[in-house]
Design a protein around this ligand. Structure first.
Ligand code: BTN
Length: 273
């Protein structure tokens, strides 16, 4: 894919399809919405098919991990894809790391920028957050997945002043890093194409994707703090497992696979001790 031909163009379905004319998914672009994940859930409840993609340049109620808000001012790209995978929920725990690899590849192919991943779901560039991923799974009968929603938010041409003051010091945008506006339609098309490939390989090439995740994950090889409720423990992160859990060794030698909660990387965001 070529870099930005018409970088200032607004996000629109025609613009996206001009970069990926054969996109087999149904692409819906909205001017603004509370949250593309919420919209994907509403559509899922109405029976929307596998491969329904909702995109917007502004969310009024963006949601992040751990029940947090995700500031989503104009200039960003916010996207959710509704998938209906044929598998048990327990077979899909690696979806977030695979989506992170897909997002990273899309950014590299459309903008020429190499981002890293902070476990589990942050896209970062030189320790600044440029985006995040929120995967939500719904179960049907017999613990089979009814649907999965992959939500990705990226600071593209975002004015960082539009972000909340507590988020601003830790954030960067692709346009700021590239030194020129980013073509959101090219990025959106690349994201959809990489997520399409990811879905095709979801149950067949998990190890290869997780290997790629591990090599792009800047958390691995670092001292981290594992936060669980009020408890903080210092540990060394040495890898990830087949579910995408972070493998850590605590200072007393005990090892664990961390599947949820918060892991701070020393020297990053606010963990500077
Ligand atoms: C995080 O950093 O905690 C995850 C952020 C995920 C944000 C994306 S933006 C598109 C989709 N809609 C949402 O409300 N959240 C996700």
């Amino acid at each position: 894919m070529e870099y930005a031909a018409a970088p200032q163009e607004n996000l629109c379905a025609e613009g996206i399809l001009s970069h990926w004319g054969n996109c087999p998914w149904q692409v819906r672009v909205l001017d603004r919405i509370d949250s593309t994940n919420n919209e994907a859930k509403r559509l899922a409840a109405q029976g929307a098919p596998h491969g329904t993609a909702i995109l917007t340049g502004c969310q009024t109620g963006g949601r992040g991990r751990l029940g947090r808000q995700f500031a989503s001012p104009k200039g960003g790209l916010y996207l959710s894809v509704l998938l209906r995978p044929k598998g048990q929920l327990s077979d899909l725990l690696h979806l977030t790391p695979m989506a992170a690899v897909a997002a990273r590849c899309a950014i590299e192919k459309s903008c020429g920028l190499q981002t890293q991943i902070k476990w589990t779901n942050d896209l970062v560039f030189e320790r600044q957050k440029i985006g995040g991923i929120l995967t939500e799974l719904a179960s049907g009968a017999d613990s089979m997945a009814e649907y999965a929603i992959i939500g990705i938010g990226i600071n593209c041409n975002t004015d960082l002043q539009d972000l909340p003051p507590d988020v601003r010091p830790m954030a960067a945008s692709l346009g700021q890093i590239a030194g020129r506006p980013v073509d959101v339609n090219a990025l959106a098309a690349a994201l959809l194409a990489e997520l399409f490939l990811m879905n095709e390989q979801l149950l067949t090439r998990r190890s290869q994707w997780l290997e790629e995740y591990a090599s792009a994950c800047m958390t691995i090889g670092k001292t981290v703090q594992v936060l669980r409720g009020e408890t903080r423990r210092r540990a060394f992160a040495y890898g990830i497992d087949e579910q995408g859990c972070l493998l850590v060794r605590y200072e007393n030698g005990e090892e664990a696979a961390v599947s949820s909660g918060e892991v701070s990387v020393r020297g990053m965001y606010r963990y500077v001790e």
